[in-house]
Ligand binder design. Structure first.
Ligand code: PEP
Ligand code: MG
Length: 589
């Protein structure tokens, strides 16, 4: 339940991308399908607008009739719901009220429909009868049918938003999020998703403050509502009072000062107080983001998620297109390393072109390396592009979601084939690159000693490692409370991986979200990771924390951490020993 203080309402979600913004809400409704804008309809055009609405309703009725007719006899008993929807389409409370709203308020049909729907929904919500409450879902369904016909089913084009707003939506797909224009969107709030969802990751990369997992967001927040979005604490404050506003404006200023201070030193290498240098790298999704890694003082690219070049398009990119993108990043970073992770599609990042996205459980399906090994031609196209681009700098190849040795062997075989193809074609390439694997599936942790024999480095992906080992869907807010990097099982798995890697003489990195939160750094240093990779904007804060710690201290501290039995115990211990280590906590109020 939201807390209420006078008119001010605070909604709580998950602070997924730091920063505070203040502005007006812009709703992208119903799971991101529609943009509904309000516009004035002059007197003379009212009959035309009414006709437009009636035609949309008629079309919806015809569509439902067609579905009923096509339903096979054995399923006929279920069509009563559709019959009920046909009746509902002409219901006075719904149909009549929408016409009335167009007429009386001189607004467009979509807006009128949306308004009527939202009134009906709140009426139903207040009913105690659960059967009647359920009927509100039918009205939403019927309204969707009409809305489809009014606006035409369009996928949201976030890129079209032309005002400075805070986006409020049910969910954003990674493809939609990557269309966001920074100068237009101040921040965003979603109903779905958590810190490790790709929406959260992209928000952090774009440096857009974001609060995800706000259950009631699209129900309670209305278009143009004035609000404060606090990406540190995960709070959304609707209709803030003057006092709250003044308080937040002050926080925004303090944070800007602090950020400027730590940024000034961020081009310098990060050495602990007792002299150990830790590589602090940047994660990128798009080639253009390489600039912010340089800007924030990254020591290289620890994770280049290449799948984003495959999203938002109907076909697969060509070898040359990929080669150009990789070369761009590699040349800018040279001689610093660029870790190119091969395609990690499906899971929550389906492409239009892959055509295989229809899986009941995509996170456990034909994702990442599994997909690539099933489609060797697509995989080899990417491998050739990487080998060609590797001529221009320092490249590492990273294979995602490895769960057994066979996948490594097969990927290496295809890499050799890709090199052969290039040789035959007389193109220059560099096969002499380091090959590593993501450690993000529990079986890879358990078999780390064997896998280490076949690769040059490990990179721990905590986002998926947590998802797969604690059985938590990283996109599901119902179980987000379990998603905790301090779960002792996770700490022990990381420890095992690091111990094995050191034993086998290969370096071990971390590129999951755990590496980018300053509060985790004492534990990660104690665990002995060689390199940490994160969203570029986290680099200055992480470097800052590293400088304040000694390895010796963190190792001793880790001994205590390993004795703890729960995530809460570890959190307490970290807080007691290091107090406020996260600037996000400093500014949390
Ligand atoms: C991870 O799983 O931790 C990771 C870095 O990969 P992604 O978030 O792209 O799945
Ligand atoms: Mg992963």
């Amino acid at each position: 339940m939201p807390k209420t203080a006078s008119k001010e309402i605070t909604l709580q979600g998950i602070g997924a991308s730091p920063g505070i913004c203040i502005g007006k809400a812009y709703l992208v409704d119903r799971e991101g399908i529609y943009f509904v804008d309000k516009y004035h309809i002059p007197d003379l055009q009212i009959p035309e607008e009414i006709k437009r609405f009636k035609v949309a309703v008629k079309k919806a009725t015809d569509e439902l009739r067609a579905v009923i007719e096509k339903t096979p006899d054995e399923l006929r008993q279920h069509t009563y719901i559709l019959e009920a929807h046909i009746v509902l389409l002409k219901d006075k409370m719904f149909y009549g009220k929408t016409l009335e709203t167009i007429q009386n308020e001189h607004v467009n049909a979509e807006w009128a429909l949306k308004k009527v729907l939202s009134n009906i929904k709140s009426m139903f919500r207040n009913m105690s009868d659960s059967y009647l409450k359920e009927r509100s879902a039918d009205i939403v369904h019927v309204s969707d049918l009409i809305m489809n016909n009014l606006v035409g089913i369009q996928q949201v084009n976030i890129g079209n938003i032309d005002k400075r707003v805070i986006l409020v939506t049910h969910d954003l797909s990674p493809a939609q999020t990557s269309q966001i224009q920074l100068e237009k969107i101040k921040g965003f709030i979603t109903v779905r998703g958590g810190k490790a969802s790709h929406t959260g990751i992209i928000a952090r990369t774009l440096e857009i403050p974001a609060v995800l997992g706000v259950d009631a967001a699209t129900r309670i927040i209305k278009n143009d509502d004035y609000l404060i979005l606090d990406g540190y604490t995960g709070s959304v404050i609707l209709h803030p009072s003057d006092r709250t506003l003044a308080d937040y404006e002050e926080r925004i200023m303090r944070f800007a000062e602090h950020k400027a201070e730590i940024r000034r030193e961020s081009q310098i290498l990060a050495k602990t107080a007792d002299g150990l240098q830790i590589q602090v790298m940047g994660n990128i999704e798009l080639p253009e983001e390489v600039a912010s890694v340089v800007d924030y003082g990254g020591d290289g690219i620890g994770l280049y998620r290449t799948e984003f070049q495959y999203l938002s398009r109907p076909d697969f990119p060509t070898e040359f297109e990929l080669f150009e993108k990789y070369k761009y990043v590699i040349e800018i970073m040279a001689p610093k390393p660029v870790t190119i992770r091969t395609l990690d599609i499906n899971g929550d990042k389906a492409t239009a072109a892959s055509g295989d996205a229809d899986e009941i459980n995509p996170a456990l399906g034909l994702r990442a390396i599994r997909y690539c090994l099933k489609k060797p031609e697509i995989f080899k196209t990417q491998l050739r592009a990487i080998l060609r681009a590797a001529v221009f700098g320092n490249v590492r190849l990273l294979l995602p979601m490895i769960s057994c040795i066979d996948e490594i062997l097969e990927a290496k075989r295809l890499l050799d084939e890709a090199a052969d193809d290039l040789k035959k074609a007389g193109l220059s390439y560099n096969r002499d690159i380091k090959i590593g694997i993501m450690i993000e599936v529990p079986s890879a942790v358990i078999m780390a000693d064997v896998l280490a024999e076949y690769v040059d480095f490990f990179s721990i992906g905590t986002n998926d490692l947590i998802q797969y080992s604690l059985a938590i869907d990283r996109e599901n807010i119902q179980v987000a409370y379990l998603y905790n990097v301090f779960n002792p099982a996770i700490i022990r798995m990381i420890r095992h991986t690091v111990t094995v890697a050191k034993d086998k003489g290969i370096p071990v990195f971390m590129c999951g979200e755990m590496a980018g939160d300053p509060i985790n750094i004492p534990i990660l240093l104690g665990l002995g990771l060689d390199e940490l990779s994160m969203n570029p904007q986290s680099i200055p804060a992480v470097k800052n924390i590293i400088r304040s710690l000694t390895v010796e201290d963190t190792r001793l501290f880790l001994r205590d951490v390993l004795k703890q039995k729960s995530a809460a115990d570890i959190t307490d211990l970290v807080q007691k020993k290091y107090g406020i280590v996260s600037p996000e906590k400093i500014f949390a109020g």
